[in-house]
Ligand binder design. Structure first.
Ligand code: HEC
Ligand SMILES: [Cu+2]
Length: 327
């Protein structure tokens, strides 16, 4: 192998391996629902590979095989068996099996008292609403937190166009369709962090609409949820909070415990405690916030937050320190 080809081979191999790290892979079923999907994928993957190999062999025979083999291949019987019977039987079997997996996925973990969360797809971010046992709700955004070992029930809807909610490690895709609420059931086996992604083209920034899902032990989850439910702590950096309130941010964003009660953009009450900014796009750091506020239209083109070129370096810094302190 020449050097260049070796290099290319390595690059491709690396890409393939990188795609399998488990963070966003349907091959690494992390719960009872996705394990069944993973099995379906392997059956289809191996089946497709075998059929492709068979077709290659048949093609070679029909080009260069002995005359009597070639004659057999073009006979009526081979065409009916290979061209009609075989595909109809295998595809029908696969379809029925696929429907069974789909149906089992929902019923497998349905329970009397699931963890109940609503997710609303918005261009181009996720509104996440935790529904408490006492009927109250807590709103968050762009990050899903769930306890392990408990059935999760997610109600999916959309505020605008069709989106599709997909956490490959846990469950199949479910579309978010205007005027409808679709339900998704799944369960996480063990604590961990995986990513999810909008899986239905929904306009400009669709490719930049992802999110982290954090599975936590039930006690960690309860502690986290209590913290998430509480209002924001009073700001230490008052200048940052003042800038936030006086620049119009509160017209679109809520920070519970302050006057900011906008509902158009993501809830920022505990924005500093999330893993990412802008729906999985930037790291959640002071620099990340500064970058989002000053450059979000280049980082996530077409997103629906208006550009803000009004802040000086030091104002941007205070604003970012304030937002990052909202834990
Ligand atoms: C007109 C409404 C609007 C205004 C005003 C607005 N935003 Fe936004 N903001 C949005 C929307 C919509 C998003 C979601 C964008 C996306 O990810 O597609 C967003 C996203 C964000 C995010 C990322 C949130 C997350 O969950 O990761 C931050 C941080 C933010 N805005 C800060 C601000 C600050 C600071 C101001 C004031 C200087 C402000 N916004 C003003 C609408 C607005
Ligand atoms: Cu989308």
């Amino acid at each position: 192998m020449s050097h260049a080809i070796k290099k290319m081979f390595c690059a491709v191999a690396l890409l393939v391996i990188a795609g399998c790290d488990g963070g966003q892979s349907a091959f690494s079923g992390l719960g009872p629902v996705s394990s069944r999907i993973t099995l379906l994928i392997w059956i289809m993957f191996i089946g497709a590979a075998l059929i492709t190999a068979l077709i290659c062999v048949l093609t070679l025979i029909s080009i260069a095989g002995p005359a009597n083999w070639r004659h057999k291949l073009t006979g009526k019987k081979s065409i009916i068996l290979g061209g009609i019977v075989f595909p109809v039987v295998t595809l029908t079997a696969l379809l029925i099996y696929g429907f069974l997996v789909l149906k089992a996925g929902g019923t497998l973990v349905q329970a009397e008292n699931p963890v109940h969360i609503s997710v609303v797809g918005e261009q181009w971010w996720w509104r996440i609403i935790y529904r408490h046992d006492d009927g109250q709700t807590t709103e968050s955004a762009n990050e899903l937190r769930i306890p392990t070992g408990r059935p999760i029930k997610i109600e999916l809807s959309t505020a605008d166009v069709i989106h599709s909610f997909w956490i490959p490690a846990y469950a199949g895709k479910v579309d978010m369709i205007p005027g409808r609420i679709n339900t998704l059931h799944f369960m996480a086996d063990k604590p961990g962090i995986v990513t999810g992604q909008c899986a239905e083209y929904c306009g400009g920034a669709h490719a930049l609409m992802s999110f982290y899902t954090v599975a936590m032990t039930p006690s960690d989850y309860d502690a986290w949820l209590a913290k998430e439910r509480a209002n924001a702590k009073p700001a230490i950096d008052n200048q940052g909070e003042q800038l936030f309130l006086s620049s119009g941010c509160g017209g679109c964003h809520t920070v519970r415990g302050t006057q900011a009660d906008g509902r158009i953009g993501p809830d920022l009450t505990h924005a500093g405690s999330r893993l990412s900014l802008g729906a999985g796009i930037l790291p959640n750091t002071t620099e990340g916030f500064a970058k989002w506020i000053s450059q979000h239209q280049t980082i996530k083109p077409e997103n629906l937050m208006p550009p803000f070129d009004i802040f000086s370096e030091s104002e941007l810094q205070s604003l970012s320190v304030y937002l990052n302190s909202l834990e």
